[in-house]
Design a protein around this ligand. Structure first.
Ligand SMILES: O=C(O)CCC(=O)C(=O)O
Ligand SMILES: [Fe+2]
Length: 284
């Protein structure tokens, strides 16, 4: 249904089971996924964390920072994203328990929208994130606009507080979603003013990195080594952002047979014994 119709699509109201959308294949909405008390508790937890003001709207990134300019979730190891807080891990586990996600989310973005703020039409980064995106809505209701770039179809979906939106299939891969930057939305009986809205979005990563381990002191202080490694990997790392880690067992005792890659230096893994040399996570 288009925004100009001035109606909210009724199929997204008052359902407590995942409700598929007839219009957008792969889109499901669960009303009241969180109780009002749980919404309040989640908002308090979120507001106790640090917000980033790098965009027009404030955001929090966990698990992996998403670079909006480069459309990349490669992550900057000089400023790694904090790990998922307990409240995000709990929700991620519940999504799997309820069969809404196959795998626990590894990346979470919290968005805050003050009245007048929105998010432009987009498909969440296809090379970065897995096949399911789930989003909890908190605070004020707003309309999310779905557009099919192929057929031009449109649907405005109301996102009520406590509801969960799950995008899979065409809803995740083809349709664009957006929230118009405006102060009110059209409702059945006129304009509905917006208040502050916060969303919590859950994603899996298509290219998880190896677990970061502390860089041992004798390697960390060797600036000459780090410098040369960084130089050697510059352009090729930039071109080939996603590299498959060599399994640890494949690294010969004398060290890796591939060049050190400074871009991944923060993911250095340590040797299996004191005698074994410390080797970087060698990505090919
Ligand atoms: O605010 C929302 O509900 C969705 C946010 C979103 O689309 C995103 O972070 O990619
Ligand atoms: Fe999105």
């Amino acid at each position: 249904m288009s925004e100009s119709a001035g109606q909210l699509p009724l199929d997204f109201h008052a359902v407590s089971q995942p409700q598929p959308s007839a219009a957008v294949q792969g889109l499901r909405c669960v009303a009241d996924w969180l109780t009002p008390d749980a919404c309040q508790a989640l908002l308090s937890n979120i507001d106790a964390e640090e917000w980033s003001a790098q965009l027009k709207r404030r955001v929090q990134h966990y698990g992996r920072r998403y670079d909006y300019g480069r459309r990349s979730a490669a992550g900057d190891q000089r400023a790694p994203a904090p790990p998922l807080p307990a409240w995000a891990r709990e929700a991620a586990a519940r999504l799997v328990r309820e069969g809404l996600m196959d795998q626990e989310a590894e990346q979470v973005i919290v968005n805050e929208y003050q009245p007048g703020q929105g998010i432009s039409a987009h498909v969440d980064c296809l090379p970065c994130f897995g096949p399911v995106i789930a989003a909890i809505s908190l605070g004020s209701t707003c309309l999310m606009d779905f557009t099919d770039p192929e057929g031009g179809a449109k649907l405005a979906v109301p996102l009520a507080p406590g509801s969960l939106l799950v995008m899979t299939g065409p809803a995740r891969h083809t349709w664009r979603h957006a929230i118009a930057a405006r102060k009110s939305d059209p409702g059945t009986t006129g304009r509905v003013p917006r208040g502050r809205r916060v969303s919590v979005t859950f994603r899996t990563l298509l290219h998880p990195r190896p677990v970061a381990r502390p860089i041992p002191a004798f390697l960390a202080h060797d600036e000459r080594h780090r410098g040369s490694a960084a130089r050697s990997c510059g352009p090729s790392t930039a071109r080939r952002r996603w590299r498959r880690p060599i399994p640890f067992s494949a690294i010969p005792p004398g060290g890796p047979r591939c060049p050190l890659r400074g871009g991944q230096a923060a993911h250095t893994v340590v040797g299996r014994s004191d005698k074994r040399p410390v080797v970087p996570s060698c990505l090919v």
